[in-house]
Design a protein around this ligand. Structure first.
Ligand SMILES: [Zn+2]
Length: 478
């Protein structure tokens, strides 16, 4: 197994990755609150963790991935009051939009997607435990975590005392403004559940402590989310869990994804610059969006612009075309089978690309370097393999491309239709392109363009050179 370094927010440095149980990775990523259309910032976060998850699987780990759904919360309740729709209906609707967008972005689904409202009993038991251990107290139907009782508070965010004081609000019976609610007493008109402290609902932070440990155990490997969650959410999760289980550390590695800005500004309702992901996917190929989001290192800020997305579309097309042509070449078997001296050199260059790709990903999942290696491979494919095809270099390039795709997930369609029968008659397409080339040679561009237009409509991607046209087939995705 290769040695992976991960940047741990808890220690603020890169550490050698060694899971609690050898060979197994347990990871928990904070999920969405389905109260509105998920936006491109959400997509950035979950694409980033998808690549991390895929790389750990590629490296040979068995990955168990849990991502929660906050299906009850202040904003969902507000939306329910505003629209007259039930909170459950609202949460289900936006979650289904989220799921569909994630599927289109080729984000592998987590193994468990627990919902808060399915885990109320577990949450109540956990809170009872915290009260028994002296870390929580009841005040007028609410239960608060007693921050002063947990001496390690602040170790993740390294927040100073003054900022902490201003972080919370004062309320009747609350000992300190920074104490946070584990259980909230029901207000009139709000959904509620029965509890030992009266009717109410869980606070936000407690669900992640409860649902992660329920599925992953009282100590696990990776916990992540967007950077904005470090304080107070993840700080509070640590306090709850380490107080309850008496373990340290509760989570070995804390990973956080950088912000996505829009033209240098934070996305916000008041600025009106929120880009819902399902709308973006109507206009852009999901693989282009995935390419765009994944090619920046997960901890870096992405400053979104449509120009950059267009640039990504061009870069992606270059990769896709090379991969499609290579698949085609191997299908036709019209190759030299006796390697030449030059081919051995190309073969070694391809091996070197794979080594550097792994090296980049081992260094805290450095996708920006990993994508540079993918482009290097594409250059080798275009300039060397396709220009002067031999079986050995074509097969090796295809294999490495397949491995890289396991991690980056951008070219599945190229590999799923590697079987010749899956293609609309290859020979007929070749024949049509031959006929088209005759027209091109005679400068009969009207006919040549007509054939090209029709083929493109059927899903064939064509790339013209002076004396030939290379092509691959791309199924239309809905
Ligand atoms: Zn969480």
């Amino acid at each position: 197994m290769s040695k992976i370094l991960v940047y741990n927010t808890l220690t603020r440095r890169k550490e050698a990755f060694e899971p609690v149980e050898p060979g197994v990775v347990r990871m928990y990523i904070c999920g969405i609150t389905p109260q509105d259309y998920p936006h491109i910032g959400h997509a950035r976060t979950y694409v980033a963790y998808d690549v991390i998850r895929r790389y750990l699987e590629f490296a040979g780990y068995e990955v168990f991935y849990v991502q929660n759904i906050t299906d009850i919360d202040d904003k969902i309740i507000a939306k329910s009051l505003e629209t007259g729709k039930g909170w459950r209906e609202i949460a289900n609707y936006y979650f289904s939009v989220f799921l569909k967008s994630m599927d289109r972005l080729n984000v592998k689904r987590p193994h468990v997607q627990p919902r808060v409202t399915d885990h109320i009993e577990d949450i109540i038991r956990f809170i009872e435990g915290l009260i028994e251990k002296g870390f929580a107290y009841v005040a007028q139907g609410n239960v608060y975590f007693d921050v002063d009782k947990f001496s390690d508070y602040g170790k993740l965010s390294r927040i100073d005392r003054e900022k902490m004081m201003s972080a919370g609000e004062q309320a009747p019976g609350k000992r300190k403004p920074y104490d946070f609610a584990l259980w909230k007493a029901a207000k009139p008109g709000e959904p509620w559940w029965e509890s030992p402290w009266g009717p109410g609902r869980p606070g936000w932070h407690i669900e992640c402590s409860v649902m992660s440990s329920k599925y992953l155990g009282s100590q696990f490997d990776i916990h992540g989310g967007a950077t904005e969650l470090i304080f107070p959410h993840h700080e509070n999760e640590i306090a709850q869990s380490e107080a309850y289980f008496g373990v340290k550390p509760w989570v070995k590695y804390w990973l956080h994804t950088g912000l996505l800005k829009i033209r240098g500004e934070k996305m916000s309702k008041s600025l009106g610059n929120i880009i819902p992901i399902h709308e973006l996917l109507e206009k852009y190929d999901p693989m282009v969006v995935r390419y765009y989001l994944a090619s920046t290192h997960y901890r870096s800020v992405i400053d979104f612009t449509f120009e950059a997305l267009e640039q990504a579309a061009r870069s992606y097309a270059r990769i896709e075309t090379a991969a499609g042509e290579l698949a085609n070449l191997l299908r036709k078997l019209d190759l030299t089978y006796r390697p030449r001296e030059e081919d051995l050199k190309v073969y070694r260059e391809i091996v070197e690309v794979r080594r550097r790709f792994v090296e980049a990903m081992n260094d805290d999942f450095n996708t920006s370097k990993a994508f540079a290696e993918l482009h290097r491979l594409v250059s080798i494919i275009k300039g060397r393999v396709l220009a002067n095809p031999t079986y050995m270099t074509a097969v090796k390039a295809f294999d490495v491309l397949r491995e890289i795709n396991e991690v980056l997930g951008l070219l599945d369609h190229v590999f799923t239709q590697a079987e010749p029968e899956a293609l609309p008659s290859t020979q007929l397409v070749e024949l049509l392109l031959e006929v088209r080339q005759i027209h091109r040679d005679r400068r009969e561009y009207e006919v040549a363009d007509y054939i090209a237009r029709k083929l493109r409509k059927m899903g064939f991607v064509l790339e013209d050179y002076r004396d030939r046209t290379i092509w691959h087939y791309r199924p239309r995705k809905s």
